[in-house]
Write a protein that binds this ligand. Structure first.
Ligand SMILES: [Zn+2]
Length: 319
């Protein structure tokens, strides 16, 4: 009898441990914590997990800060190590990630690189006056262009890949798929609208009095471009010959809009504007957004919608 009681007690303890273990497992499944380096990944993760109370998403770069200047804090590293998913670009702006990858436990944290989810292109040297091209940072020429998210079609592929990942972690959560489908539809509409604008446009050339992180975007629509600097070059001051070159293009092609990109002082664009009368507009490459926009919940889709409106003006001859 004593033995039977003992067995029952052991059985009860075992059952308790098993149930507690399952509950712990269940709890882990229902939580999802995601750390991202830049705004686009943050926005996609936020859109896919919308309405899921236990989703916790952290963007490492603070709103309004130039992503290329970002350095991780010790707390950032701890947050990455404790996350279920760590999403980074895999390019020039987050080279620091390579140094911490060895410290990430793959059983705890799944690491996702955006450049692995789409077809990448190499950063392109800009067209410009010969003397400036010679001075271009040569070591950048063979780098992968990391700005894959500037293409709406790439962003759709990235969202689909993230959706699949999150569903694999919790197949019982129907919201991942519903949210992803909803957001992809929104991006497809913007993509279609831009195709329509380009199809009916008088011009097919854009001029950036700034850096040019938009190759993936431009290529989707077969547009042409001229820019002061390639990719996310650290240079901010253009030579007189670069400015003269861009001024000539604007005049010759009757280009009505000069673009600057977000978080830039827009100096070069306004200088070209002064000599040509062309209007200066912002083209937002969505690396990061301002604190105000972040606090009011501005989305990647809204940013691209604004770009679409700016494009409409830029692709129609004004004089
Ligand atoms: Zn960049």
């Amino acid at each position: 009898m004593k033995k039977i009681v003992q067995s029952i007690v052991v059985l009860l303890i075992v059952s308790f441990v098993v149930v507690a273990g399952l509950l712990a497992l269940k709890k882990k499944d229902e939580n999802i914590s995601i750390v991202t380096t830049n705004f686009p990944s943050y926005d996609f993760a936020r859109a896919i997990t919308k309405g899921i109370p236990d989703a916790n998403i952290k963007m490492l770069v603070s709103p309004g800060v130039e992503i290329h200047d970002y350095e991780p804090t010790p707390q950032d590293i701890i947050d990455i190590k404790n996350s279920d998913y760590f999403i980074y670009t895999g390019g020039e702006s987050d080279h620091w990630v390579e140094n911490i990858l060895n410290n990430i436990n793959p059983d705890q944290t799944k690491v996702i690189r955006l450049i692995d989810l789409v077809e990448t292109k190499e950063e392109e040297p800009i067209s410009g006056p010969e003397e400036d091209r010679d001075h271009e940072d040569d070591h950048h020429h063979s780098d992968i262009d990391e700005h894959v998210w500037t293409s709406l079609r790439n962003s759709i592929k990235i969202i689909q890949a993230l959706e699949k990942e999150f569903i694999s972690q919790n197949p019982d959560e129907p919201k991942y798929s519903q949210n992803a489908t909803f957001y992809i539809n929104e991006l497809e509409l913007i993509d279609n609208d831009i195709q329509e604008i380009v199809k009916n446009a008088k011009l097919k050339t854009l001029v950036f009095g700034d850096r040019f992180p938009l190759r993936y975007f431009i290529d989707d629509y077969g547009l042409d471009y001229y820019a002061a600097f390639p990719g996310c070059s650290e240079r901010t001051e253009a030579s007189a010959s670069t400015i003269a070159f861009l001024v000539d293009i604007v005049k010759a092609k009757k280009i009505p809009v000069i673009f600057h990109i977000e978080l830039s002082d827009g100096e070069i664009a306004s200088e070209i504007s002064k000599s040509t009368g062309a209007k200066v507009l912002e083209f937002h490459s969505a690396h990061n957004i301002s604190k105000n926009d972040f606090d009011s919940g501005v989305t990647y889709a809204e940013i691209m919608r604004n770009n679409l409106n700016a494009l409409k003006e830029a692709l129609n001859e004004s004089y």
